[in-house]
Design a protein around this ligand. Structure first.
Ligand code: HEM
Length: 511
């Protein structure tokens, strides 16, 4: 049971839990929080674990060293993705995230680099803050719609940057956001775990027999394909029509920049459309979930808020903080790092990415990398076609790096002199590895920082009160649903600096 068919050297597979005939470990995994099962396996079997579900080889990486060695250094072997038939049926195979390792992926990643790379992302510095001010004002005005405000912040930022148009206030009215939601809902229904698992185990079935639970949803496929086509075409046309340069001579959007650069053949345009929508679906929920987690951490830790505000006040006086202040605000930086570490919103190294395939093969929150050829690591055989998951949860809980790891403690990222530590793991929990590392990470980091510093400098998040004036207790719980994000919690949000609030209110808003 523990050998793989093409293992000519008869090397052992990595250690792992006992496999049952046929189903392998299908029944061993906590399907709502599989990373906890994998972390338990780490304790027993170590940093690299072999498992099998319905004949599919699964390699679970539980340490940063193994992740770097395999996914970073050997990325030519470890950068494929599993093929999903349903993506073809439902028109979602354009998404960068699902592309196999090959030429189309290379083109997409190049476009991503040009449009969301470090330099390109920095060009949107004014936009992040403009949106962040709107976010703060919305939080003060209507604190109970916290989640909605965070989703609007992250979604509208990406839409404005990509297509150059302003989403109307209250994302409900935006056609792109609405269509994305609708397509996502269909995909979630269709790609229920049992269906995806069966297709993965028996790809020769191609299409599921009509008696199979959920198979009747296939009738939605043509409609979903139509929605996806609209998502690809319509906002792109808006971006195309909005080519007027900004006052400082920059293209008004990523699409405009692409068109301005020259090669606009239909094929190239189709790639750009795919990149734009992949960026939107890959970046919205991830950024919003991270900020939601940040708000929860602040609510639970008033002392962290006080120290952050004091740091901003010393550095900025009553002015609004900006990216120029960033190097002088190490504590704020430490908060950002700790938010990403404390509750990695992609605990198995994969973003919710609009909800597709999350339950795939019972590997919730873990659409993995896939090996494109056989490999050997430390005497273990890694078969071609293995799914490879990084258990970021286990890495974030590694006590040798992070003593008392489940505690939220920004100070762990600072030296005794209050400077930022040179942390080799910083950023890794959030953004993945190798040639599939998140191409939106620069954009994401800047937008997270702008939102966090704007919130910390201007408002205070406290417990909400009930009708008798008692604090409503906060139970920090996370959803086991699509994205790892906090379950809704009540909080009060009040301004702590009227000057900054005034500046923010006076800043131009989208209309
Ligand atoms: C806090 C925000 C974000 C987090 C935590 C996050 C996390 C991730 C992770 C873990 C991966 C998988 C990496 C791997 O397979 O090794 C990924 C991939 C991806 N992300 Fe992000 N992401 C965020 C924001 C964004 C943004 C803003 C964009 C676009 C502007 C974006 C676009 C993508 C795309 C297109 C992929 C697929 C890349 C590929 O398969 O080659 N993400 N992201």
């Amino acid at each position: 049971w523990r050998s793989a068919s093409k293992n000519s050297n008869l090397l052992p597979l990595p250690p792992g839990p006992r496999l049952l005939p046929f189903v392998g470990n299908a029944f061993d995994i906590d399907v709502s929080r599989p990373w906890l099962t994998y972390t338990h396996w780490k304790e027993k079997h170590g940093d690299i674990v072999y498992s099998r579900v319905l004949g599919q080889h699964i390699i679970i990486i539980n340490s940063i060293e193994v992740a770097r060695e395999l996914l970073d250094r050997r990325s030519a072997i470890y950068s494929d993705r599993p093929f999903i038939q349903a993506n073809e049926e439902f028109g979602t195979s354009f998404n960068t995230a699902y592309l196999p390792y090959g030429e189309t992926l290379r083109i997409h990643r190049k476009l991503f680099h040009q449009t969301f790379g470090a330099e390109a992302s920095a060009e949107y510095r004014d936009l992040y803050f403009r949106r962040a001010y709107e976010l703060v004002i919305d939080l003060i005005n209507v604190p109970h719609k916290l989640e909605k405000h965070l989703e609007l912040y992250s979604g509208s930022l990406i839409i404005t940057a990509i297509y150059g148009y302003e989403t109307p206030p209250g994302a409900d009215g935006d056609p792109l956001i609405n269509r994305t939601r609708e397509a996502t809902e269909i995909a979630k229904r269709v790609l229920a775990p049992e269906r995806a698992a069966l297709l993965m185990a028996f790809p020769f079935l191609g299409h599921l027999p009509s008696w199979f639970p959920g198979a009747s949803d296939r009738r939605l496929a043509p409609y979903c394909r139509k929605l996806v086509r609209q998502m690809l075409d319509e906002p792109f046309e808006i971006g195309k029509a909005k080519m007027t340069m900004t006052d400082d001579g920059r293209p008004p959007s990523i699409v405009a920049k692409f068109l301005d650069a020259g090669d606009t053949s239909p094929a190239q345009e189709e790639f750009m459309k795919g990149v734009a929508v992949s960026g939107f679906v890959g970046g919205t929920e991830t950024t919003a979930s991270t900020l939601h987690s940040f708000m929860l951490a602040m609510l639970l830790h008033p002392e962290v808020q006080s120290r952050a505000l004091a740091e901003v006040n010393v550095v900025c006086g009553d002015n609004l903080p900006s990216f120029e202040h960033r190097p002088s605000l190490p504590y704020i930086e430490a908060i950002c790092r700790e938010v990403l570490r404390w509750q990695p919103i992609v605990p198995l190294g994969w973003p919710p990415c609009s909800g597709y395939l999350i339950d795939l093969l019972m590997l919730k929150k873990g659409l993995p990398h896939r090996t494109s050829q056989d490999d050997v690591y430390q005497g273990y055989f890694i078969p071609k076609g293995s799914m490879v998951l990084v258990n970021e949860w286990a890495i974030s809980r590694d006590e040798s790096f992070y003593p008392d790891a489940s505690r939220f403690d920004p100070e762990r990222h600072l030296t005794a002199e209050g400077k930022l530590k040179d942390d080799p793991l910083a950023g890794h929990f959030a953004f993945g590895y190798g040639r599939r590392i998140c191409p939106g990470r620069h954009f994401a980091e800047l937008s997270l920082w702008a939102a966090m510093v704007s919130i910390l400098s201007t408002v205070r998040i406290t417990k909400a009160k009930d009708l008798e004036g008692n604090n409503i207790p906060v139970i920090p719980e996370y959803t086991a649903g699509l994205a790892m994000q906090p379950k809704p919690f009540a909080c009060a949000i009040t301004s702590v600096n009227s000057r900054r609030e005034e500046y923010m209110r006076a800043a131009p808003r989208a209309d």
